[in-house]
Design a protein around this ligand. Structure first.
Ligand SMILES: Nc1nc2c(ncn2[C@@H]2O[C@H](COP(=O)(O)OP(=O)(O)O)[C@@H](O)[C@H]2O)c(=O)[nH]1
Ligand SMILES: [Mg+2]
Length: 307
């Protein structure tokens, strides 16, 4: 799946983050708990350096609690990283963020200094909702549209902690093909009509492998077909998405499956694990190396033909 992010946007966001980072004590990275790898910005870790980082696994009401716990311990293996699994359904728990930020910065607290926290994350992970809950009033616009231009805000959230809301935008993990599917499946990026069926087939195949019980319960599938396309077709058949002649209307089946996944009707489902992430990162590294090698060869060839 091809997702276009303009290099100009990336460059601008990177530049803004570099400017603001020295003025901050801690980074709060908001992730989608269902896809903590795919919803992370791949360059943030690098930009952040050794600045402490609190990773919020947000929308945890929609994620598989067991996998969320696994992700938390995995992510916390990194030095300076702490995690919290949160949901806007439990605003009181969200308000613990300020307290944890201070705990992570003993020096700041000892000297009675204000803690400046930079809150970041890709569109649609629930940043604005979280900020409004922490601020105790509406300071950020929520909704599905990512705001492209936005001015920097400073928001006091109690406990002597001030939030800095990033302008510009962060892009998700797009180098990995599966991450593209997961981002589209969760609604983090727009799915066009063209990709609808492919995204739903990806989800159907994944559910067949990792959540067969959900397919049994929700769609009464007795046997789970081998291929992803067949799973989607079986779902469509069970839901009566039939054309005259008995053919399954796949587009309709796709919409049903994606809607039910996104709304949580299928239950609490996570779409990736730390093991999957490590495997995919290794695959991406190989592809990247192959591309670089091809480029080198092409340049060599050009060089020798010119010389
Ligand atoms: N289920 C669920 N939905 C959430 C949660 N937080 C935010 N949302 C929804 O996710 C969408 C995007 O939220 P928003 O705060 O605008 O995300 P932002 O783009 O990161 O600022 C909205 O429809 C919110 O209602 C959550 O914890 N659980
Ligand atoms: Mg927002």
């Amino acid at each position: 799946m091809q997702i276009q992010w303009y290099p100009g946007h990336m460059h601008k966001a990177g530049k803004e983050i570099k400017e603001i980072l020295p003025k901050t004590d801690i980074v709060i990275e908001v992730l989608d708990a269902r896809i903590p790898f795919s919803s992370a910005n791949p360059f943030l870790a690098q930009l952040r350096g050794d600045k402490p980082c609190l990773k919020i696994l947000n929308k945890s009401d929609l994620a598989d609690p067991e996998l969320t716990a696994a992700w938390q311990s995995y992510l916390e293996r990194e030095h300076g990283v702490r995690t919290l699994a949160l949901t806007s359904r439990e605003p009181d728990k969200m308000r613990k963020i300020a307290e944890l930020c201070r705990k992570m910065l003993p020096e700041q607290v000892q000297n009675d200094r204000i803690v400046h926290a930079l809150i970041m994350g890709i569109p649609n992970v629930g940043k604005s909702t979280l900020i409004n809950i922490l601020a105790g009033r509406t300071v950020a616009k929520t909704g599905n549209e990512p705001a492209v231009t936005k001015t920097q805000q400073r928001i006091a959230i109690g406990n002597n902690v001030v939030l800095l809301d990033t302008p510009g935008m962060l892009w998700p993990n797009i180098e990995n093909k599966n991450s593209g599917y997961r981002l589209a499946a969760t609604g983090a990026i727009k799915d066009t009509a063209l990709h609808h069926e492919a995204i739903a087939a990806f989800v159907a195949g994944y559910l067949g492998q990792h959540y067969p019980a959900c397919l049994h319960e929700r769609f009464q599938l007795q046997e789970i077909p081998e291929s992803a396309d067949e799973v989607l077709e079986a779902i469509g058949r069970k839901r009566g998405c039939l054309r005259s002649g008995g053919r399954v209307e796949l587009d309709k089946a796709a919409k049903i499956l994606l809607n039910e996944l996104r709304s949580g009707s299928l239950g609490r489902i996570s779409l990736e694990t730390p093991t999957m992430m490590e495997k995919e990162l290794a695959e991406v590294a190989v592809i990247r190396e192959q591309k670089a090698e091809k480029n080198r060869l092409r340049k060599q060839k050009r060089g020798s033909s010119e010389g």
